[in-house]
Design a binder for this molecule. Structure first.
Ligand code: FAD
Ligand code: DHB
Length: 388
């Protein structure tokens, strides 16, 4: 089998790249080792930057997003006794949207399959070859158990943190940076109307809590927990009671409901450079991970793909390699901005048990909610810096 771009991974990065390439008339095949049902059910991020919404719209997959997505014009930052609102349009002229990553993935898969374009689900043994030639190949075993070869002009490694693409970089050319945080997030999805109009990020001496949402009838909430915590030790009652305790505010009540999904996610910062080697280009979690506090992981994957699509179009349609050569540096500039912002939000909001650090965090929270300059800095990073 032959295609122009072999895309490994049907997460947001791989699927959106395939869609943007198709709009430009560039052929691709998406290879995914999980099933369609699994990929569409994986509960992850939920906040889209304006630039992400614009790109999905431009790619022709924004119809349901505009119908069902919830525009958010700010967030609440909370510390005991104080719940303060940051008004994003007033601070930086942009907003964000609550729309689940699962919905984005579903919209992209539906669009691709409806247009008769290929996604191979449930493949195994994904292996990349000849990346330093202009005829790279991907070999794999298809869902029926038959060995297959995909010949390409370019391979896009969009296979997430655990995928094989990043490991193809020669160790002497690769640099990595990592930070593991001493906490994790216990996340739940619940069938209950959100108790707030906009997200609440709450600092609390017993640990951070976040109230987010997916729709007018589905809430998404998170608790800071120990990374070694087991889900079994968190009954529904314990989860709701801890959320009510950490999110507590005068005359405000957290509404509870049936929990439909729960998981614990460790928190890590990780960057790998360069994001290109020969005819292999990396995008999204394959090249970098951020802790979720700044809501940046999905948006960064989308920003990578926006740059990568332009670079591949120039390379494959016009035989011009300038953008392909510039891709890694351009993407990494944005990656490091988001890495800093995510680290900063994480450091400001999570309890470490160190009393000195708590006072610094409370001072920083008072500052970002009282200084227009500090609030503006948070707002422009949270809503997403311009692509270029
Ligand atoms: P992925 O979504 O990881 O997609 C990669 C795809 O590649 C997957 O479908 C995978 O199955 C496939 N793949 C892997 N190996 C192979 C192989 N060998 N062959 C073929 N295919 C392969 N971000 C936030 O902003 N907020 C959040 O609340 C949040 N929560 C998260 C919770 C979890 C549990 C995780 C893991 C991430 C979370 N993130 C969150 C991060 C965000 O979801 C990611 O940044 C985003 O999914 C990145 O998209 P991606 O397409 O680069 O990678
Ligand atoms: C959600 C996740 C985040 O990491 C965040 O900062 C805000 C919202 C969410 O899943 O809704």
């Amino acid at each position: 089998m032959r295609t122009q771009v072999g895309i490994i991974g049907a997460g947001p990065a791989g699927l959106l790249l395939a869609q943007l390439l198709a709009v430009r008339g560039i052929d691709s095949v998406v290879l995914e080792n999980r099933s369609r049902d699994y990929v569409q059910a994986r509960i992850r991020a939920g906040i889209l930057e304006q630039g992400t919404v614009d790109l999905l719209t431009e790619a022709g997959v924004g119809e349901r997003l505009h119908r069902e997505g919830l525009r958010h014009d700010g967030i609440y930052l909370q510390r005991p006794g104080h719940r303060e609102h940051l008004d994003f349009p007033g601070l930086c002229g942009r907003s964000v949207w609550a729309y689940g990553q699962t919905q984005v993935v579903k919209d992209l898969i539906d669009a691709r399959l409806a247009a008769g374009q290929r996604i191979e689900f449930e493949i195994s043994d994904t292996t990349l070859h000849d990346l330093d030639t202009d005829r790279p190949r991907v070999t794999y075993t298809d869902r029926a158990g038959f060995p297959q070869v995909l010949e390409c002009d370019v391979v896009a490694g969009c296979d997430g943190y655990h995928g094989p693409s990043r490991r193809m970089l020669p160790p002497d050319l690769q640099q990595t940076w990592a930070r593991d945080y001493p906490f994790a997030w216990l996340g739940i999805l619940a069938d209950v109307a959100p108790s707030t109009d906009e997200l609440i990020y709450a600092w609390h001496p017993d640990g951070f809590a976040l109230h987010s949402m997916r729709s007018p009838s589905v809430s998404r909430l998170y608790l800071q927990v120990d990374p070694h915590e087991s889900l079994e030790s968190w009954s529904d009652d314990r989860i709701w009671s801890e959320l009510s305790h950490r999110l507590a505010f005068e005359d405000w009540q957290l509404q509870t409901g049936p929990i439909t999904e729960r998981s614990i996610t460790p928190m890590r910062s990780f960057v790998s450079a360069p994001m290109r080697h020969g005819r292999l280009f990396l995008a999204g979690d394959a090249a970098h991970i951020v802790p979720p506090t700044g809501a940046k992981g999905l948006n960064l994957a989308v920003a990578d793909v926006a740059l990568l699509c332009e670079a591949l179009a120039a390379l494959l349609l016009h035989r011009r390699s300038e953008l392909a050569d510039a891709y890694s540096d351009a993407a990494l500039r944005r990656v490091w901005r988001a890495t800093h912002f995510s680290w900063w939000m994480t450091s400001m909001l999570h309890s470490t048990g160190d009393p000195f650090e708590s006072q610094l965090q409370l001072s920083q929270l008072r500052y970002v909610t009282s200084s227009p300059a500090a609030a503006q800095s948070l707002a422009e990073n949270y809503t997403g810096m311009p692509l270029h």
